[in-house]
Design a protein around this ligand. Structure first.
Ligand code: SF4
Length: 317
């Protein structure tokens, strides 16, 4: 009856004829085609298809914008990996542990004594030193030169009296007929045209930082090494060079100017006092005084040699 138009429907209603309208067909499952393929489902009305695909809704009816989502609660940012991975600062180097001076220094031989000094941590000067400065020259010599303490170059090279002061000392020794490089005599002591050997050491074996004056406790700790060196070398005369060396050896506070020209003693050995070559480089007029001191030391040595020639049994070597 769907073919009746509105006018015909109105006439039939006036005649009491009820019209039966075919209900809409329910949705059916896909029927299989005879060939076993799915038959296409009946097409839904266009409006229904549009509602089923809202994304395809015409632009004239845009979907209402969704309500904005509430902002998530702020959270503390995670720790920056860069900060977390920051390397810890390098550890501050520990100063060397102080250790007592080894026992038995006064009976050590040369190798043991040199090894003891090289490994010594008996005073604070061990903390900044590059090298210990043990001594140089012939270990059996009639002459011994004793200076104060290593300077920067001595600390670098591990040798006493290097640099300009060392060159001046070598010139002074050469003028006196001595050399730090001369071999020890094999026979008896005596006058010789060859330079005579000399052994050179310092009161302190380690450099005071910044070339400051040594402290009394540093001298007290180091002095046994020097005393043992003197005992092993057995010099006939000692040249003490510089105020600090002189005052340390002689246990005095008198200035060099008042100690010069006399014969002092250290461990039973005659000591002649003179200026340090580094001082003489800055005070050239005092070189003449230093020459007088060397002449006095030579005079003492010659008197030893004369006595030895008169009484051969007194010869040491
Ligand atoms: S100065 Fe002498 S006592 Fe001090 S650490 Fe050096 S060698 Fe040892």
């Amino acid at each position: 009856m769907n073919h009746l138009d509105d006018r015909q429907r109105a006439m039939l209603a006036e005649m009491g004829v009820r019209l039966w309208a075919r209900p809409p067909a329910p949705a059916r499952p896909l029927a299989r085609s005879p060939a076993g393929t799915s038959a296409p489902a009946p097409q839904a009305p266009a409006a229904a298809r549009l509602e089923a695909h809202p994304l395809a809704a015409p632009a004239a009816h845009p979907a209402p914008a969704p309500a904005p989502l509430p902002a998530p609660p702020r959270q503390a940012p995670p720790a920056s990996p860069a900060k977390a991975a920051l390397p810890s600062p390098p550890p501050t180097p520990e100063p060397p542990v102080r250790a007592p001076r080894p026992a038995g220094v006064d009976t050590m031989d040369w190798p043991a004594l040199e090894a003891a000094v090289a490994d010594c941590h008996a005073c604070g000067l061990c903390e900044k030193r590059r090298h210990t400065v043990f001594g140089v020259g012939a270990r059996q010599a009639d002459w011994m030169v004793i200076g104060e303490a290593p300077g920067e170059q001595e600390d670098r090279q591990g040798q006493p009296f290097v640099g300009q002061a060392g060159k001046l000392l070598d010139a002074m020794l050469a003028a006196t007929g001595l050399s730090r490089h001369a071999p020890a005599p094999a026979g008896a002591a005596g006058a010789s045209a060859e330079p005579q050997p000399v052994y050179i050491a310092n009161v302190l074996k380690c450099r005071p930082p910044g070339n400051r004056n040594p402290q009394p406790e540093e001298v007290a700790q180091c002095e046994p090494y020097l005393r043992r060196q003197v005992a092993l070398v057995q010099p006939r005369v000692i040249l003490a060079m510089g105020r600090f060396a002189v005052q340390s050896l002689l246990q005095t506070t008198e200035p060099i100017g008042r100690l010069r020209g006399r014969v002092h003693q250290y461990a039973g050995v005659p000591v002649i006092v003179t200026y340090h070559p580094a001082y003489l480089l800055r005070n050239l007029p005092d070189k003449a005084k230093a020459w007088q001191d060397l002449c006095l030391a030579r005079e003492i040595m010659n008197s030893h040699l004369r006595a030895a020639s008169v009484a051969p049994e007194n010869q040491k070597r």
